[in-house]
Design a protein around this ligand. Structure first.
Ligand code: AMP
Ligand code: ZN
Length: 465
């Protein structure tokens, strides 16, 4: 297999540390609000990576964190803790907020057929492990105590910033004023490992004792601690969204490598952003879209998963309602094909060979999806063999092709609809087309689409963009 490594910026042959096994760490959600579909694109990319590894015969040991403390509104040590923001917004305790949005997160990822990690740990349940690493950093002279926090001293690490390739001076120029003027810091790029209950954080609800005083951890240290605890150091692959390259992953590397003198992970992979209307996903611009928003319009979560398969993980994807609608139509055609016959005992070897090559070439899933369509349309092969191969491909696509949803809505689930269908049937029998049309409109107002087929009226849920 070949994978693109952000560290070194090139596609490399993948070689796991342990033969036949892969240790994978993916940065998890900050659970202070619903995930938006941009966040979910990153988890879909990571799921595709995991499925491609599994398809290649690896055993995958996958760990993920849940950030329930310490992630500030700004990545550069500025602003409030996001969990405390959520708690204030909803008048609840931060841990209740965390529990609620963690559950919502897994509902979304389950609906998207994302395989759950083998181990999930929260920041708040791994405080001792985080303190342990900070202790080592202080002992080794990589960390110092200021008035507001214990900081990592970036000037002590010769290759600080190697992941992004950004020089300290560039980082400085990009830093916000608040970061630069933090008088506690020896260098503007230094970052907090442990915040004290002082100044802006004096009322921080979640806090723990530490050798340096009561407080709470910075965001980056949880991933260093959890990945090491679960996967060891170094482990094989570390993932996140591209926004993690410059600060979060750069700082994880700095902490872990300074403390233990070993690389944190061998391969660093990053998913590109989902954009909406060519811009950032923002509540204020009305472009903050959740999976529930899609479902409210009548889409299935897998329609969105299909959309994500159409773009390579290293390219930006622009979300439009029309694009998810065409994904829905394509997915429906795929389901129709799968139910058009029975899977045979054997597949199509040539297609399967090509498929394996494409997905193993830095996850070229869009190309593999194109290949799947070629297979569907290749009438020189028996339909049973094509279905057999397509179901194999679905081990990677994750579109639940082996359990396709009903193509039409079960009329009995909605009594009002059932009545209208019956009335319309009578109207059509009487050739009363005016009445038939007005009944159709009534059904549409209820959110249904009516198709007149040789077997009578078939109903679908209507998508209203
Ligand atoms: P957070 O919950 O803020 O820690 O983010 C969860 C994940 O979503 C991280 O891996 C981010 O890099 C990723 N992410 C944030 N915004 C987007 C976006 N618009 N498109 C894709 N991934 C994103
Ligand atoms: Zn992380």
């Amino acid at each position: 297999m070949k994978l693109y490594n952000t560290l070194g910026k090139k596609v490399e042959d993948f070689k796991s540390i342990q033969k036949g096994e892969v240790s994978l760490y993916t940065c998890g959600p900050t659970v202070y609000n619903y995930a938006h579909i941009g966040n979910l694109r990153t988890y879909i990319f990571e799921d595709l990576l995991k499925r491609v590894l599994l398809y290649n015969g690896y055993k995958v040991n996958h760990a993920m964190n849940i950030t329930d403390v310490g992630h500030l509104v700004g990545d550069g040590d500025e602003g409030e803790d996001k969990l405390e923001v959520g708690a204030k917004r909803e008048g609840k305790n931060p841990l209740d907020i965390a529990r609620f949005y963690t559950e919502k997160f897994f509902q979304d990822t389950d609906a998207l057929n994302i395989i759950r990690p083998d181990v999930v740990k929260t920041a708040t349940e791994t405080i001792p492990e985080q303190i342990e690493i900070i202790k080592i950093l202080v002992e080794k002279g990589f960390a110092y105590k200021g008035e507001q926090a214990v900081y990592f001293d970036t000037s002590k690490l010769a290759d600080y910033g190697k992941l992004s390739g950004q020089k300290l001076s560039e980082k400085l120029a990009g830093a916000r004023e608040e970061v630069v003027v933090d008088k506690d810091k020896k260098n503007p790029a230094d970052f907090a490992l442990w915040f004290f209950l002082t100044g802006r954080y004096q009322n921080h609800i979640l806090h723990w004792p530490s050798p340096w005083g009561k407080g709470f951890p910075g965001w980056h240290i949880e991933c260093s601690a959890i990945s090491r605890k679960i996967l060891g150091q170094p482990f094989d692959i570390h993932c996140g969204g591209v926004d993690h390259i410059g600060t979060h992953h750069t700082n994880e590397i700095a902490q872990s490598e300074a403390a233990f003198g070993l690389p944190l992970a061998n391969i660093w992979m990053h998913g590109e952003f989902l954009q909406v209307n060519e811009g950032k996903m923002a509540k204020s611009a009305g472009t903050f879209v959740t999976l529930q928003d899609l479902m409210d319009k009548g889409f299935s979560p897998l329609d969105y998963r299909y959309l994500c398969l159409t773009a390579h993980y290293r390219t930006q994807l622009n979300f439009t309602w029309e694009s998810v609608l065409s994904s829905r139509n394509a997915l429906e055609k795929m389901y129709q094909f799968v139910v058009s016959g029975k899977p045979g005992q054997v597949g199509c070897a040539e297609y399967e060979q090509k498929f394996l090559e494409q997905i193993s070439d830095d996850l070229n899933v869009p190309q593999a999806l194109g290949l799947a369509w070629q297979l569907v349309g290749d009438t020189s092969l028996p339909v049973e063999a094509r279905i057999n191969s397509l179901l194999k491909f679905d081990q990677v696509f994750g579109l639940r092709l082996s359990e396709p949803p009903a193509l039409f809505f079960n009329v009995q689930e909605d009594a009002k609809l059932a009545e209208l269908v019956e009335l319309r049937q009578l109207a059509r029998k009487d050739k009363d087309f005016e009445r038939s049309d007005s009944l159709r409109q009534e059904m549409e107002a209820l959110g249904y689409e009516v198709l007149d087929t040789s077997e009578g009226q078939k109903i679908k849920r209507k998508i209203s963009l």
